[in-house]
Design a binder for this molecule. Structure first.
Ligand SMILES: *[C@@H]1O[C@H](CO)[C@@H](O)[C@H](O)[C@H]1NC(C)=O
Ligand SMILES: *[C@@H]1O[C@H](CO)[C@@H](O)[C@H](O)[C@H]1NC(C)=O
Length: 188
């Protein structure tokens, strides 16, 4: 063995020590089978979101305002907490498939554009009990708004994808709105 190889051997030994050190740490690599992750699937979900601000049973409640929210044309600084029904069809009386639970906040000074931070939790079929987490920008006057899916739970573990929102109907007096959603999501 020539001396030229010595540094390489030493480096390899050091690397092995580091590696063994890692194995005793609080993390480790595991094979995908451990979590039963087989083939990634793509699903398309279609439903209607009912944001009900008025009437005896509102599902959207404003919980805070900024000093300028009342004089802002874009609801800047308003924070609304929601538990909105999601239905198969555009009518509130159609089959409920889940709820949209979370919040949205007026986050633009120049147009009505909300920061959306919420979960869609489903209550029917194979996605019953599973949820998709959304974090995105919703400029409501655009025909189509796209919001990223940042993760999920249950059947939607490791989820990624996007949700597209289109306003179906809006009552400018009460603020009630029905929004059509097309959601494209990768999951296992
Ligand atoms: C905004 O208007 C609402 C309703 O008129 C009122 O209750 C609230 O105190 C106002 N907020 C501010 C920050 O002025
Ligand atoms: C959804 O799951 C809950 C809890 O497991 C169960 O009570 C309910 O009946 C299920 N709903 C449907 C429509 O399968």
């Amino acid at each position: 063995m020539s001396n030229i190889h010595l540094p390489i051997i030493l480096a390899t030994l050091m690397f092995s020590f580091l590696f063994l050190g890692e194995a005793r740490d609080f993390y480790k690599s595991i094979p995908r089978e451990t979590l039963n992750l087989k083939k990634e699937k793509l699903s398309h979900l279609h439903f209607y979101f009912h944001d009900i601000a008025s009437g005896p049973n509102p599902t959207a409640m404003r919980v805070s305002s900024s000093a300028i929210t009342n004089t802002s044309s874009s609801f800047f600084g308003a924070v609304v907490i929601i538990d909105d029904p999601l239905t198969m069809g555009p009518e509130l009386s159609s089959k409920q498939v889940g709820r949209a639970q979370g919040m949205y906040a007026g986050a633009s000074l120049s147009e009505v554009s909300f920061l959306m931070v919420l979960n869609y939790v489903f209550t029917r079929g194979k996605f019953n009990g599973s949820a998709i987490s959304i974090l995105g920008r919703n400029p409501v006057s655009s025909d189509v708004r796209e919001m990223p899916i940042v993760g999920g739970s249950g059947r939607f573990r490791f989820a990624r994808g996007y949700a597209q929102a289109r306003t179906h109907a809006v009552d400018f007096k009460t603020g009630d709105a029905v929004v059509e959603y097309n959601v494209y999501v990768f999951h296992y």
